[in-house]
Design a protein around this ligand. Structure first.
Ligand code: ADP
Length: 341
């Protein structure tokens, strides 16, 4: 760590939040310029829309989305037209503020007129998206998957996907959305940061029980029920590759502006967090891409009222240590030097 500034050049620079140091002329940085901006909810939705317009079938793993406030009337019109042509369609939508995280400011609606137009939406742009009403459940609970993806290089495009990830569980049994249960965040939102506050949250020392489990433990259970987990993995791999392809044009613009070709500069790599929801029919759907996935391997535990302590989290350790270790192996500068020699 260099709290007072760096003196000697390094092989690998590990930046905390984003690519921010333009005085690096060699080595590798663990962030791409502009990645944070590129994966924000609105920018991601726009990039996915562009690809959905060009390749609708290839990109049907991202829910239909509209950008607020600029596409509010388009949203209202499209929902009305679809309802007119199919009166049995009873959709639910999820509104997510741009730049938000950890479920912050998210709410569900049944009708476009329920969008909260007062105050915040004007000052805070958002994405409104079709809500996936039939997720795959386990133990009657909704869960999502966090997968770690290493973007090792943009040109040529090199992507690695960690073989294990995390599954984060809701803490109230799932019911399809109705006006009565729309507000129940412990039933509809899988965010760890929200569910940790539920009395039903289960911290477990085992990686295949509790409110946070390994994705491999989910695959094991699915496989024992006869599900085709090979096909699921191949669908997930396509989803990841297609998403990164959709983000690449914007990333290249940032890259060329911060690290112009021909000038000495570092190369970049980045660990991304992909949030994926499995539908009941096992189709993976992309929820969002996180440029700064948490690498914490501890969680807070309330020892006595008001007294908290950080304790090790075996499931986080199992997954995240492997992600960092394999990333360092893949970008190993010594290996690169040995290869060059
Ligand atoms: P945040 O960055 O605030 O976590 P997300 O886009 O990840 O925002 O959404 C938060 C949670 O809401 C997700 O983890 C998931 O449980 C739920 N969610 C988000 N989008 C959808 C959707 N289209 N359909 C069903 N559930 C969703």
């Amino acid at each position: 760590q260099f709290p007072l500034g760096r003196r000697l050049p390094c092989d690998i620079y590990w930046h905390g939040v984003s690519f921010h140091d333009n005085n690096i002329f060699s080595g590798q940085v663990n962030k791409f310029p502009g990645m944070m901006e590129t994966v924000r909810k609105i920018t991601l939705s726009r990039a996915m829309r562009t690809m959905q317009d060009l390749f609708p079938l290839e990109y049907n793993f991202y829910p239909r989305s509209w950008i607020l406030p600029e596409e509010l009337s388009l949203f209202v019109d499209e929902v009305r037209t679809t309802k007119d042509s199919n009166p049995s369609w009873k959709p639910t939508f999820i509104v997510k503020p741009d730049g938000g995280c950890q479920g912050d400011g998210i709410y569900l609606i049944k009708d476009p007129s329920d969008i909260r137009l007062t105050g915040s939406i004007q000052s805070r742009p958002a994405v409104v998206q079709e809500y996936i009403c039939k997720p795959l459940l386990m133990d009657k609970l909704k869960f999502d998957i966090r997968l770690y993806v290493l973007l090792k290089s943009l040109e040529p495009l090199e992507i690695y996907i960690a073989k294990d990830g995390l599954s984060r569980f809701c803490t109230e049994p799932y019911q399809e959305p109705t006006l009565k249960n729309l507000h129940q965040v412990f039933m509809h939102l899988t965010n760890y940061s929200l569910n940790i506050h539920s009395g039903n949250f289960i911290h477990s020392d085992s990686v295949n029980t509790g409110s946070k489990r390994t994705f491999s433990s989910i695959l094991c259970r699915l496989s024992s029920r006869g599900a085709d987990v090979k096909k699921l993995w191949s669908d997930i791999i396509s989803l990841v590759i297609k998403t990164i392809i959709a983000l690449t044009p914007e990333l290249k613009v940032y890259y060329q502006s911060d690290i112009p070709a021909g000038k000495p500069g570092p190369t970049c790599f980045q660990i991304l967090g992909f949030d994926i929801l499995l539908m009941k029919n096992l189709k993976p759907m992309l929820l969002e891409v996180n440029a700064n996935p948490s690498m914490r391997i501890e969680h807070e535990q309330e020892l006595s009222p008001g007294v908290f302590e950080n304790v090790p989290s075996p499931v986080d350790k199992e997954v995240k240590v492997a992600v960092i270790r394999d990333t360092l192996r893949l970008v190993d500068p010594q290996k690169k030097r040995r290869k060059d020699i």
